[in-house]
Design a protein around this ligand. Structure first.
Ligand code: ADP
Ligand code: MG
Length: 307
């Protein structure tokens, strides 16, 4: 997938976005104008100049059941974007489109467009393994491998044949995840001996070890206590200097605390249980979504009237 690989050398081409650190190049000839950042049909209140992702009328079905429909939004670079909304509204489904994780679910069918730095992420020449190197993911439940702390971090870089000293790669990833001081004297210990919060930071370090450009986090704190949650939220603030973050959370206070922009989804109740379809209702700067939502459904949700 040369398109999304920064090593492919099209960085200096005109039309590429300003690249910093590990941001990938956009192929020449695909510059993109600022795209309205709001849902289809909503009021345009803000534009995003260098989106990491743009979705256009993105819909996902599982088998014959449409799960989430017509999501159009753009995700800014080096910011934290939160997806909120009641259970089943498609937050995780849309998140998984950003690194093609839905490819691993045989029944899932994706329609519409996802662009990553202007590149069609579902294009036939795109290698999903490279996508997951550039776009890391952290899940609800910490899921370290049954290996040592060191080997958990070294796994991805080894598989990808990353060059350089493995000791340095591991140390840097653990430092970026604020875990180095906790574990530097027990790198050979099994990761299962760590606390839940440490395991989750290990999973973040593991995702960072391949130098991703984006971190997708699906309810990363919902299995953690408040102190561990606070550490992960602090970490997210540090990380957004170098990576773009999209977080799914059912915790509105968390979205308000950590995110720069918030997308609110609902489940549209059809005539039957099977006809429940997730939709994006409103998307904008987090402050505005929480203090001055444009849609009454957003207002009812953020004020706790349903959800
Ligand atoms: N692997 C799957 N197979 C079948 N249906 C799924 C699968 N994952 C999610 N769904 C369905 O898609 C809809 C959206 O789910 P999901 O994206 O998990 O929502 P959320 O993360 O907002 O709770 C739900 O109706 C859910 O049952
Ligand atoms: Mg979910």
């Amino acid at each position: 997938m040369s398109d999304v690989d920064p090593a492919s050398g099209s960085r200096d081409e005109p039309g590429a976005p300003p690249v910093s650190g590990q941001a990938p190049a956009v192929p020449a000839g695909q510059p993109h104008a600022p795209i309205p950042s709001v849902a289809h049909g909503d009021v345009i209140d803000h534009e995003i100049e260098n989106p990491v992702f743009i979705t256009e009328e993105l819909s996902v079905s599982y088998g014959s059941a449409l799960a989430v429909e017509d999501v159009s939004l753009s995700v800014p670079e080096k910011e934290i974007t939160a997806f909120i909304g009641p259970s089943g509204c498609g937050k995780s489904t849309i998140l998984r489109c950003f690194n093609r994780m839905n490819d691993l679910i045989p029944a899932a069918h994706v329609e519409g467009m996802v662009r990553y730095h202007g590149v069609d992420l579902y294009g036939s020449d795109v290698d999903s393994v490279q996508v997951r190197k550039r776009i890391g993911m952290v899940f609800q439940k910490p899921n370290p491998f049954p290996k040592s702390i060191f080997d958990n971090i070294a796994f991805g870089p080894k598989v990808l044949g990353m060059k350089g000293s493995m000791d340095e790669i591991v140390e840097q990833a653990l430092r970026r995840a604020s875990l180095w001081d906790d574990v530097k004297d027990r790198l050979k210990d099994n990761a299962f001996g760590m606390s839940g919060g440490q395991q989750q930071r290990l999973c973040i370090a593991r995702a960072l070890a391949t130098n991703p450009d984006v971190l997708l986090m699906d309810e990363p704190c919902s299995a953690l206590d408040p102190i561990s949650t606070g550490r992960i939220e602090d970490l997210m603030h540090e990380l957004k200097e170098t990576v773009s973050i999209v977080i799914v959370t059912h915790n509105m206070q968390q979205a308000a605390r950590v995110s720069d922009r918030t997308a609110f989804f609902i489940v549209d109740m059809g005539s039957s249980e099977e006809a429940r379809i997730g939709r994006l209702v409103e998307y904008g700067p987090t402050d505005r979504i929480f203090t001055n939502p444009h849609d009454t459904r957003t207002e009812e949700y953020v004020s706790g009237k349903f959800g």
